[in-house]
Design a protein around this ligand. Structure first.
Ligand SMILES: Cc1cc2nc3c(=O)[nH]c(=O)nc-3n(C[C@H](O)[C@H](O)[C@H](O)COP(=O)(O)OP(=O)(O)OC[C@H]3O[C@@H](n4cnc5c(N)ncnc54)[C@H](O)[C@@H]3O)c2cc1C
Length: 365
């Protein structure tokens, strides 16, 4: 086959020629050795950014690497503040957090506090079937108020649990919870990144020689709040379009190219970053916490350098501070209303600082 699969290798940075054309990646072997993978076209598909948060359903490897690498190379990034929190991750201290699927509420399970009181009708007219962001904020509020949040499946599913929801049942059992007789403790968890590397409808980014698809990309298809199950559809559609475009294309060959190897995060700084992203750039945000987080990131960058995780987390935080409204996955307690629809675009300016611009979305866009 003409396809060579290289496993166990991490992309560290994009190679770029003197004209700014992307020429492949600087990669790292498991042994720590660096080497170049040269390519006339590079397709970023390194997943989402959940690993930047302390509580996430994503694997640890999803730390916004694609967004950070593309941004560092000068690509346009869009709507990084739009982060979707799954309302009902099972709160048993596992990383990543296992999910209590929304199908459970579809079957009639209720969200209750620790006294057993169902609370969703206090927050939304659709009760337990309210949209993802509404349910996530309600659970967040109940937990912040010290009342806790649990998914009570006893009546709706009961004895059928093991056959109907075996994955959730196994996750509960691993923490000695029997959902047939006890409510499941739940917490919102970072689940999906709507923002990412801007692409057109053919997965082209703003940089020559660079495409992106999957969760790393911001095609605009998910708006501010992805609908459940649409991410795999989007990934497949845009990956196929990228492949179709590139298959017979005559690709320009990049010239001599280099990349500066970025520093890696040390573990204590990563743990602190994830905690701060969870508490200050999470389900509910406000200017004071976002600004303090950016200050902390400045200090962390001084200490460890522009590690990919810090670069990606900074984009989410800066986008969240700049968007003074609430919409979809982005909720500001100091700006709870919605403004005229607009997208956030961020790129590096000539001095390496983030340049943020908002662009209005016309009706019908
Ligand atoms: C628990 C869970 C359930 C979900 N359920 C659904 C669902 O039912 N329907 C739906 O549509 N979506 C669902 N999603 C979302 C969906 O799974 C993801 O959006 C999708 O898998 C993203 O695909 P991707 O190819 O973009 O990235 P991924 O599948 O995350 O793959 C990215 C790959 O890149 C690798 N990588 C990352 N950084 C680097 C680097 N620097 N160098 C080299 N490799 C790197 C990662 O290790 C990984 O192998 C779910 C997500 C989760 C977490």
């Amino acid at each position: 086959s003409h396809i060579e699969v290289i496993e166990g290798v991490k992309a560290l940075a994009l190679l770029q020629d003197t004209n700014g054309r992307i020429a492949g990646v600087l990669a790292q072997e498991k042994s720590g050795d660096h080497f170049q993978i040269r390519a006339a076209e590079t397709v970023l598909c390194a997943g989402g950014s959940g690993g930047l948060y302390a509580i996430t359903t994503n694997p640890k490897s999803s730390q916004g690497d694609a967004v950070a690498m593309a941004y560092r190379a000068g690509a346009l990034i869009a709507d990084p503040e739009f982060v979707q929190f799954h309302p009902t991750a099972i709160d048993i201290g596992r990383d990543p957090s296992p999910l209590a699927t929304e199908a459970l509420r579809g079957e009639g399970a209720h969200l209750v506090d620790r006294t057993g009181r169902a609370f969703m009708s206090d927050y939304h007219k659709l009760g337990d079937l309210a949209p993802r962001d509404e349910v996530a904020r309600a659970i967040h509020a109940e937990r912040e108020a010290g009342r806790g949040a649990f998914l009570d499946c006893r009546k709706a599913i009961g004895a059928h649990f093991p056959e109907h929801f075996p994955t959730v049942f196994d996750a509960c059992q691993s923490a000695s919870i029997d959902p047939r007789i006890a409510p499941i403790p739940v917490a919102p968890a970072m689940h999906y990144h709507m923002g990412g590397v801007v692409t057109d409808l053919w997965a082209r980014t703003s940089l020559a020689g660079l495409s992106a698809c999957g969760e790393s990309a911001s095609t605009g298809a998910h708006g501010a709040n992805r609908l459940a199950s649409n991410s795999l559809l989007e990934a497949v559609v845009f990956a196929e379009r990228a492949a179709r475009r590139l298959k017979d294309a005559t690709l320009a060959q990049p010239g001599e190219a280099t990349a500066i190897s970025p520093p890696e995060m040390d573990e204590p700084t990563m743990v602190e970053l994830r905690k701060r992203m969870h508490s200050q750039v999470g389900v509910v945000r406000e200017a004071k916490g976002l600004s303090a987080t950016l200050d902390w990131m400045d200090a962390a960058t001084q200490k460890v350098g522009p590690a990919r995780a810090l670069v990606a987390a900074r984009l989410i935080t800066a986008g969240a501070l700049a968007r003074e409204e609430s919409r979809g996955g982005h909720y500001r307690s100091d700006f709870p209303g919605t403004r005229a629809p607009h997208r956030t675009f961020i790129r590096r300016d000539d001095n390496g600082a983030p340049l943020i611009q908002h662009s209005a979305i016309a009706d019908g866009d």
